[in-house]
Ligand binder design. Sequence first.
Ligand SMILES: Cc1ncc(COP(=O)(O)OP(=O)(O)O)c(N)n1
Ligand SMILES: Cc1nc(C(=O)O)sc1CCOP(=O)(O)O
Ligand SMILES: [Mg+2]
Length: 550
Amino acid sequence: MGTSCCHSSPALPHSFFALNLKNCLSLSSPKASTRGVHQIRALNVKVMQEDMVMNIPHVLSVAGSDSGAGAGIQADLKACASRGVYCSTVITAVTAQNTAGVQGVHTVPEEFVAKQLKSVLSDMDVDVVKTGMLPSINIVKVLCQSLKQFPVRALVVDPVMVSTSGDVLAGPSILDIFREQLLPMADIVTPNLKEASALLGGLQLKTVDDMCSAVKSIHDIGPRNVLLKGGDLPASLDAVDVFFDGENIFELCFPRIKTQNTHGTGCTLASCIAAELAKGSPMLSAVKVAKRYVQTALDYSKDIVIGNGIQGPFDHLFKLKSIALNSFRQWAFDPSVLFLYAVTDSGMNKRWGRSITDAVEAAIQGGATIVQLREKDIETGEFLEAAKACLKICHLHGVPVLINDRVDVALACDADGVHVGQSDMPARMARTLLGPEKIIGVSCKTPEQARQAWIDGADYIGCGGVYPTNTKANNRTIGLEGLKTVCLASKLPVVAIGGIGVSNARSVMELDLPNVKGVAVVSALFNRECVLAETRKLRTVLREKPAGRK
Ligand SMILES: Cc1ncc(COP(=O)(O)OP(=O)(O)O)c(N)n1
Ligand SMILES: Cc1nc(C(=O)O)sc1CCOP(=O)(O)O
Ligand SMILES: [Mg+2]
């Protein structure tokens, strides 16, 4: 995902290693009001595991049923399940719906909506309420009353008005109560362009600039955060969503996925945001993970055929087909981790008589900010054990661990991601296998490869060889000029690689290319006697201010 901040760029949160099970218990806090508490853990469904109580984050979806199961309550259940979060439901309407459109709507009387709300909220410890189709003013009133009576930690409002097939699910009469009561209680509202326009009295929204103004106007209505979905923007190659947290505007850009199976994307996105918030994620991280989850699901499902209509559902549970659920890790990729990127080499470490874990520990002590295990000649079992040990050490220091080439090993040890080259498993396939939250890096030597990496859902590119190297046989050197050319074409952050060490790292950084976030180094760290000292030296050099700058 490409993220740019129109106004200023605060550092992204980097709290993902904090959420182990121990923290999950200790972070659970008493309920606050419906506003603004995102650092949360839930204590809802209590599962006895040995003598431990495990907490499952809980989202309550207040929405309509979709008989075709692509959107509405059914999408919310699947999205939450896929993200490892418990989802209870309050049904506001029953729709007769399929891939051709909405054939009928039966609104549930508000008294019965109130009854359902009371049943769930008085009994279960709900972390986050997510709303979808709210078909009558009285249902909105009942919901707002219930939220006052039973406060939850966050409220996610998807202001559903029109289905993706164009059918009206809540008429314009709902707008006043949205503006007056519901939106001021919301932690985030997620309108599409039509809904945003309706909320703003019919204002035309045709460009990203229009969207940047609109998020501010919607924010003035009262929600703490606004995510305006730009999927319907005309003539836009990438899908651009605009996020506003009351201070900064972020443009979140995604390559468009060519598929007709987009029914339910709005419901799914809002549910996934709710699920991530329920796990304790900060808002911007929740939004990014949710966007990537939807992208990955759409990509995975782009060719499936369900129904005969023009807009099909997609498969929320793609992850079940590849790996076990890993629900408690949540984070957003922070490109600053690329700063001092240590890439191991078993041959070198063996030559110097040290194990992979000793080498990695020393690199971390010296200041490495990310580690890649590039173990070309060890057996899979040995690689897996070493990777598990390195993950333990690195996570104690908040340092992510990527696996070179071997997506299978990354899956098996639950590493933080992989680095793949042009002749390894394609990044798009790796993304499908690893899921939306893992880090994927791709080696690129040309602008075209960099563009493809972005389309394939990579998080960063490794670009080189900047200088000649003995570590990788027959590697083409592209030089500083080649690095510059690729960086200018890349929408992704870049780490430079190839022959880089203490003597030349500054020349790379002094190119002053905004997306070069650091250097990746093998021999300058691991083909030396003291890994710790060499890493420290490199860190000092990287931190030096460029000549002429204070
Ligand atoms: C950060 C980083 N950049 C580039 C590479 C090279 O990957 P690849 O082209 O797949 O070559 P091998 O490392 O597999 O030999 C890398 N590993 N890391
Ligand atoms: C693994 C690798 N990939 C490269 C690329 O150009 O993509 S260069 C390289 C080797 C980097 O090792 P050293 O720091 O010892 O030169
Ligand atoms: Mg490779």
